[in-house]
Design a protein around this ligand. Structure first.
Ligand code: GAP
Length: 511
């Protein structure tokens, strides 16, 4: 995995209509992207897979579509107005803006890389007899470097906890950290920067009219907890799921659609009885990794990163990381958020947000286990893992997108062998049979081999060829994207055969 792969993914995504830079004719807008004709399909299919798994397959989870704008008190209650900040610093010579915490983390990363180099060297020298844990705990140079890292972490953590931004700047200066682009050490002071986008409501100007674009979809679920529970007669444990846009004014938004200022989340809050949250947290960690693994992108492409430092409202948290072209990075979070959010909304709204348990006759504020995945990150994970260049037996190469078939933007391509002899008409008939259930593309241009390559490049799992025999034996040839094998299938079997290969149900059979 490399930067090179990321570049290939970006250019492939643009060339074939998956993702375009936003407002490109005006030279684009940083960290904003538009999903093209195939990207919109892939995105919808990912949403459909998530919604099916969460809402349809759980009779105690229901959906919601809350508004992006919410009463500003929501964000006071949730803590976003006071604490949803990143510490930023500017370089006075280059005028470039950085996250102070990222500069420090990158500095630590460099020291870690040196330790890794020492470990690799020792491994080479000692071979099978090498004991890495012992080496790390006894080698003088490694111990020195580890101590440097620990000292930096202690200073940084205590500065952030005390909200002492002068101490953060002092740390950057003491570590002699330079602008990664220019090498300049001419820094401004560190300031807190709130990540929420502000706008004004109607004609009201000034602070009283300020509202925010939601930085997460979760709060729309919390404020509707009782509406849904009562109107849907939901019994705890139950969940509310939502897919929608979120906005964060990220200081540095890089790496294509990995970190954007406008993105989409798929979140689910699962309301449980206090005391049972640990078992539900374990349940959702397992359920979510199963959902990912069913796609077949490779189990080694995922890993859990359990948080050691927890946010003040959480009693457990873990990220599902994916091996993106830039390395393992967060794709999804599973968080045990206690009763923090509902308590906060009770306090700020003066409305009770309690569940009355008809069996025990007691009333309580439920605990919440949340699963939160970025749709755009899931899109990037799917696309980057799928893009492959293969050398075939005859020495030629093909670019193929091995997107899991149920997520593929186009499921079936219908290809009449020739543009005459009644073949296009037959092909259109077959298309009409399939297009109510699947996204189907018709292509009659160029030689059949070139048409196969075009479909490989956009990840179409099945190509159906209509030839002269079709008119006699009422059968077609289906060519499989991955194996490139071909089989003859009777037209009256097509609906079932195609569904058996590309429907979303296949993903649930696999898990
Ligand atoms: N409600 C919990 C929450 O919002 P988060 O870890 O801040 O938690 C959840 O975000 C997920 O949203 C992340 O795991 C990531 O996939 C996605 N996400 C967060 N910031 C993003 C950004 N700037 N661009 C794209 N996706 C983002």
């Amino acid at each position: 995995m490399s930067d090179d792969l990321l570049k290939k993914v970006i250019s492939h995504a643009k060339e074939y209509g998956f993702v375009f830079p936003s407002s490109e004719i005006y030279d684009g807008l940083s960290a904003a992207y538009d999903y093209g004709q195939l990207g919109a399909e892939l995105k919808n299919n990912i949403k459909h897979y998530w919604w099916t798994a969460m809402v349809r397959m759980h009779d105690n989870i229901v959906g919601l579509d809350a508004s992006i704008f919410m009463h500003p008190k929501t964000w006071k209650a949730s803590g976003h107005i006071d604490a949803f900040n990143d510490p930023l610093i500017d370089n006075k010579d280059s005028n470039k803006r950085y996250r102070a915490d990222v500069l420090i983390e990158d500095h630590i990363g460099k020291i870690e890389a040196k330790i890794q180099k020492d470990v690799a060297k020792a491994l080479k020298r000692f071979g099978d007899a090498f004991d890495e844990a012992e080496f790390r705990s006894t080698n003088g140079r490694v111990l020195d470097r580890q101590k440097q890292i620990d000292d930096i972490n202690v200073r940084f953590k205590s500065a952030m906890e005390a909200e002492d931004l002068v101490a953060v700047k002092q740390l950057i200066e003491d570590l002699d950290i330079a602008d990664p682009d220019t090498g300049s050490r001419n820094w401004t002071d560190v300031r807190q920067f709130n990540l929420m986008f502000k706008t004004e409501l109607g004609a009201v100007s000034g602070e009283s009219g300020v509202i925010y674009l939601r930085p997460e979809t979760a709060q729309g679920i919390f404020v509707n907890f009782l509406n849904v529970q009562k109107s849907g007669r939901m019994k705890i444990p139950f969940g509310i799921a939502q897919i929608g846009k979120a906005f964060r004014n990220e200081i540095i938004a890089r790496q294509f659609i990995f970190r954007m200022r406008e993105f989409e989340q798929m979140e689910m809050q699962f309301f449980v009885k206090p005391g049972t949250q640990a078992e539900w947290y374990a349940y959702w960690k397992e359920a979510r990794i199963k959902w990912h693994n069913a796609l077949g992108l490779g189990e080694d492409m995922y890993r859990f990163h359990d948080h050691i430092k927890l946010a003040h409202y959480a009693d457990a948290a873990s990220d599902i990381e994916f091996n993106f072209p830039m390395g393992f990075k967060e794709l999804e979070g599973v968080h045990s958020r206690t009763d923090f959010d509902l308590n906060q909304h009770e306090a700020h709204s003066n409305k009770k947000l309690r569940y009355f348990d008809p069996e025990t006759q007691e009333s309580y504020v439920p605990y919440v286990v949340e699963t939160s995945i970025g749709l755009d990150r899931m899109f990037l994970a799917t696309l980057s893992a799928a893009l492959q260049e293969e050398t075939l037996e005859d020495g030629s190469t093909r670019t193929v997108l091995r997107i899991p078939a149920p997520l593929a933007p186009v499921k079936v391509a219908i290809l009449p062998l020739l543009k005459k002899d009644g073949l296009p008409e037959k092909a259109r008939e077959i298309m009409a049979m399939l297009q109510m259930d699947h996204n189907v593309q018709y292509d009659e241009k160029d030689a059949i081999g070139r048409r196969y390559r075009r479909q490989d490049a956009i990840g179409t799992p099945l190509c159906i060829t209509v030839d002269h025999d079709t008119l006699i034996d009422h059968a077609v040839t289906i060519r499989d994207r991955d194996t490139m094998t071909q089989e003859r299938v009777a037209i009256d079997q097509l609906v079932a055969v195609v569904a058996g290969k590309v429907s979303i149900a296949q993903l649930f059979k696999a898990s």
